[in-house]
Design a protein around this ligand. Structure first.
Ligand SMILES: Nc1ncnc2c1ncn2[C@@H]1O[C@H](COP(=O)(O)OP(=O)(O)O)[C@@H](O)[C@H]1O
Ligand SMILES: N[C@@H](CCC(=O)OP(=O)(O)O)C(=O)O
Length: 373
């Protein structure tokens, strides 16, 4: 993969760090935010889906509450984040509105992405927002995220969101030009790394922590995020948010910041990621027509093509799709639990509501969540 491929990206996650957003802790940098929003709006104009992961709630809360320093206790941090998040969303909403775009606040905790059912729910919500042309503005749900369930840094959250929505590109905007071969805040001779494979062991040596006291992870969590994002095939660029039209420049393949090259093609990566995610919890038997459609047309699996259901799986679990001889054809994340799936097999989605009393997705397994074996 090379930078010129970024132009083909259909879905981009932009992550903006605390120190940038709050201008080194001096309160929200509104002119800069206006600039990034304009750049994201330009991507939307080109029909590229944009998801924003924005930090800054704690830093903005500290500034609004006029605290002298970032609080140390968790409850004070949570209170500061709650105050600051108001400022963040107000600012983003105003700015997106100028470009006739709707934004949506989505606050996530680690649990939301590790629990299969909530993972699927979060995914459906985000994809639905993107279908509506809305820009989701995501942050960690700091008010309730206790130590055990924290992502802690938004680089990790950005990468998990990139996995969740299967983004092609993760752009991490920070206060440095990119990743250097040593921390440039401490070493004036440090040199910028323009491109490097996410697998390169050098990364483990050069990526240090944050020293500003505003951000949390430094380059260490950004490198880890790039590796996580690469698991579903996304490329990552770590770049300064201060460069003019930085988002557009990266998207056009400009030599900006550090490009962390994913090690696998998106499709292969996605397949491995899905397969490696979980244990198989059950199986569904497909009729010959459904087998053919899955194998040749890359379509979603509909209940109408399923003849039987086995196992005690829940919504969001990984199930194996087998032909009538029992040979595995594909595996994927199923949208209905075993009990409900058994009620709708062989039926068109128009009958789901009458059969179940509710209707969720029209597909039993969406093609994005399905990999051929
Ligand atoms: N090798 C490196 N190259 C660049 N910056 C580094 C490196 N190692 C550590 N850093 C630190 O990482 C910081 C950026 O991360 P962080 O403060 O968490 O910002 P953000 O809020 O954008 O996530 C830089 O300001 C720098 O001090
Ligand atoms: N959720 C926290 C962000 C954590 C954080 O500081 O992240 P980052 O600046 O990206 O290293 C907040 O909004 O303040």
């Amino acid at each position: 993969m090379s930078r010129s491929d970024f132009r083909q990206a259909r879905r981009v996650v932009v992550k903006i760090g605390s120190s940038l957003l709050t201008d080194g802790g001096r309160g929200l940098n509104k002119p800069a935010i206006a600039g990034w929003v304009a750049q994201m709006a330009a991507l939307r104009q080109q029909n590229v889906d944009v998801v924003l992961v924005s930090s800054g709630s704690v830093a903005e809360g500290v500034s609004r509450l006029k605290l002298k320093a970032r609080p140390k206790t968790l409850h004070e941090l949570q209170a500061a984040a709650s105050v600051g998040q108001m400022g963040l969303v107000r600012c983003f909403e105003n700015e997106f509105e100028r470009h006739a775009l709707l934004a949506a606040q989505v606050l996530l905790t680690h649990d939301d992405l590790s629990d299969r059912q909530r993972y699927l729910n979060a995914r459906s919500t985000l994809l639905t927002l993107l279908n509506f042309g809305v820009v989701p503005v995501i942050n960690e749900n700091d008010a309730v995220a206790t130590e055990e369930i924290r992502f802690g840094d938004n680089d990790t959250l950005g990468a998990l969101v990139a996995n969740l929505v299967e983004a092609d590109l993760l752009i991490i905007l920070t206060d440095q030009t990119g990743l250097y071969d040593a921390n440039p805040s401490l070493n004036p001779d440090a040199k910028l790394i323009s491109e490097i494979s996410v697998n390169d062991a050098l990364l483990d040596e050069v990526a240090g922590g944050s020293i500003s006291g505003l951000g949390r992870g430094g380059m260490y969590t950004k490198v880890r995020a790039a590796r996580l994002a690469a698991r579903s095939g996304a490329a990552t660029v770590i770049v300064s948010g201060k460069i003019e039209d930085v988002i557009g420049g990266v998207f056009q393949g400009g030599q900006l910041g550090t490009f962390l090259i994913p090690n696998l093609e998106p499709l292969v990566a996605r397949k491995q990621w899905l397969a490696g995610q979980l244990q198989i919890k059950g199986s569904v038997t497909l009729d010959d027509g459904a087998v053919k459609i899955l194998q040749t047309a890359g379509k979603s699996l509909l209940a109408v093509g399923v003849t039987a259901v086995r196992g005690g799986f829940k919504r969001g679990d990984l199930v194996s799709c087998r032909d009538t001889r029992g040979t595995e054809i594909a595996r994927g994340l199923i949208n209905y639990g075993a009990e409900d799936a058994a009620k709708i097999v062989g039926k068109p989605s128009s009958e789901f509501e009458a059969l179940l009393g509710y209707a969720d997705e029209a597909e039993l397994i969406h093609r994005d969540n399905l990999v051929l074996v």
